[in-house]
Design a protein around this ligand. Structure first.
Ligand code: C5P
Length: 222
């Protein structure tokens, strides 16, 4: 492989949804397909990086030449991320479940009661915030994603500040846009300095390549 713009760089990418178990046969999940995260991992490998892709359950093929660590839950994803560090660049494209059932039942919950069972939730660890705020071993460039259905840029700006990442890629996942599970994406890039770019609607593969080009340019400056 020819030395590309990310040659010699270690890159970690999270992708896909998480599955949070309710009982042995049921789980909470979301509509993430993993297509954007996988495209970023593939593009980073093409650019010469040593890539680790940490993926929740997806139905798409592994990117060529990229080792994939498969996980189900947010807690497993956080552990896999810790194990994959150190890295120069970490891209958190996974749609991590914000909540998980407070208790996983060891047996299938039966429909025999009069009322439906309550489903108490607890918060999952925030992987992006955890890594962004590491005092030791923080990757040089930490990139977050923001999937929003309304006031995309307002929410994205707030998220960038709250999480502590260096760059945020925001996309509109309103059902009408077909982004979740679809092949195309319209993204906005937000920098910590307030810089904002809106890219045209592109194939997720192309978004992946252009993002990787951008990440390489930012890393080259450090
Ligand atoms: O807060 P929200 O989930 O909207 O933030 C999205 C960004 O945070 C994405 O980059 C996602 O991968 C990351 N995230 C995470 N761990 C969570 C929740 C979100 O890494 N528990």
């Amino acid at each position: 492989r020819p030395p590309g713009p990310l040659a010699g760089r270690r890159v970690l990418v999270t992708s896909g949804p998480t599955h949070e178990p309710i009982d042995p046969v049921r789980y909470l999940a979301n509509r993430s397909s993993g297509r954007q995260g996988h495209a970023i991992a593939a593009a980073a490998a093409e650019a010469g990086a040593e890539v680790t892709l940490i993926s929740g359950p997806v139905a798409i093929p592994d990117p060529a030449g990229v080792p994939v660590v498969r996980v189900e839950t947010a807690r497993e994803m956080l552990e896999a991320v810790r194990a994959a560090l150190p890295a120069d660049l970490a891209v958190f494209a996974a749609a991590v479940g914000d909540w998980r059932p407070a208790a996983e039942q060891g047996h299938k919950i039966k429909k025999d009661g009069a009322a439906p069972p309550p489903l108490a939730l607890v918060e999952n660890p925030d992987i992006l915030a955890t890594v962004s705020q590491m005092s030791e071993g923080r990757p040089t460039l930490v990139v977050g994603f923001a999937a929003e259905t309304d006031r995309v840029l307002d929410h994205a700006r707030a998220k960038l500040a709250r999480k502590g990442c260096d760059l945020l890629v925001a996309n509109d996942v309103s059902p009408a846009g077909g982004v979740m599970g679809g092949a195309r994406n319209t993204v906005h890039l937000l920098g910590r300095d307030g810089a904002l770019e809106t890219w045209p609607t592109l194939a997720k593969d192309e978004v992946g390549r252009r993002l990787v080009e951008r990440f390489a340019a930012l890393l080259a400056r450090t």
